[in-house]
Design a protein around this ligand. Sequence first.
Ligand code: NOJ
Length: 491
Amino acid sequence: MQIKCISVSYILCLTFVGTYGSENAPTNDFPASFKFGVATAAFQIEGGWKEDGKGPSIWDVGTHEHPNSVVDGTNADIADDSYHQIDRDIEMLRDLGVNFYRFSIAWTRIMPNGDRSSLNRFGIQYYNTLIDKLVANSIEPMVTMYHYDLPYELQKIGGLTNPLFPQYFESYANVLYSNFGDRVKLWITFNEPSDYCVPGYGAGSEPPFVNATGIGEYLCMHHSIIAHARAFHLYKRDYFKQQGGKIGIVSSSRFYFSRTNDTGIVNRALQFNLGWTMHPIFSKSGNYPEVMIRDIASNSQMEGREWSRLPEFDEFSIAYIRGAADFLGLNYYTSRYVQLGPHAETKNPSWEKDARLNCSVDPSWKRAKTPWLYNVPEGLGGLLRWIKEEYNNVEVIITENGWSDDGRLNDQGRVDSLKEHLRYVSQAIKKHGCNVIAYSHWSLMDNFEWLKGYSERFGLYYVNISSPERTRVPKKSSDVYKRIIATRKLD
Ligand code: NOJ
């Protein structure tokens, strides 16, 4: 497996480095079956943070108790007020002509305490209304079950580090399937586990602010993967026959380039990123990437530990997790050059130190408002081809991709980024045979960008956050996307 990974990356890397920026084939349209959508997440748009029985999430509590952790001192108590503006949101979706809408359900609206004892019919009603209106307008709902906003009550008992977490999640998933599964056919269990596990339970820099570096993030990922598999098997056993939907999981990943054509480091970087979540589910091994198992075990030993900080899957779990998804959801925003960093220090271990990735950017890459976001559309092409080889051409949905700025209406940066990324998606499908079936832009509208508050705007629609109505105004990019969707052509 390891040899295969390395040789595959080797070919990809050579091809890639050799043809940097030159893939301008005229095949820039999309098959009729290809679906276009836009994405949002409950906490970032809904507001209504304690309305109609909703319970607090770790992000409600985190932003209230640590207001200074949000750069502009804001919170998402009202956000885009989508809790009261379903009709306006649907109007924008209709105007764009999207085939689907990816949104998330707030666990805290459905089960304010995190379990069935607190089932809240108002929460169920809200999402029923949203889903019904989408369906009435021929917009397919794609539902993320978990997008960072854990019920605070579950955090009190350890959150995602609690080994019972998968059981709680399965019970929540059961409620979702039974209430919405007649109309929802595309389910995503988790959004970006590595992005909530590392800052949430490792570095302790984001809610729930647990600093258990080098251990917490691995536990969090472990339980996310098991929880995902439980939700998947529950669906296949009790719902699939009747509802016939698909279940996937989403990870973000950068693509990596090597200035020295070091394919080993490119592969290492991808395994520590995308592979951490996806390898157990989509590879033949049913386990974490070999390089992670090996290096984290050896670092743990050097630190004087009796067992690896990376938890182990037993035989049963491996068989249970392997193949437990119908599609791979990919959030792609940017790429990096990479070289091997120094050995992990034994003090304060972390995922970052275990990974040993020394990353840099190319001076020619254009930067967005967001400091980590450089426009590298060719990285998306590279990543899609890597996924194709690594995971046996699994079905891929690009669940997020986007660009941030200050919220300007003439958002040429977003227009360029959108078109350039879509060109690589088109080429990945037509030229390289990648099994990409859908693309979803982040985001429908400007929203609460986590610890960046409203200072970084990702929307196709501007939202006036100081107006009580949270007025939405179309940006230039919304017109461009609309035209692409209607014509299935980029030019
Ligand atoms: C990915 C996350 O899923 C989303 O919530 C966030 O707003 C975007 N990245 C942009 O940072």
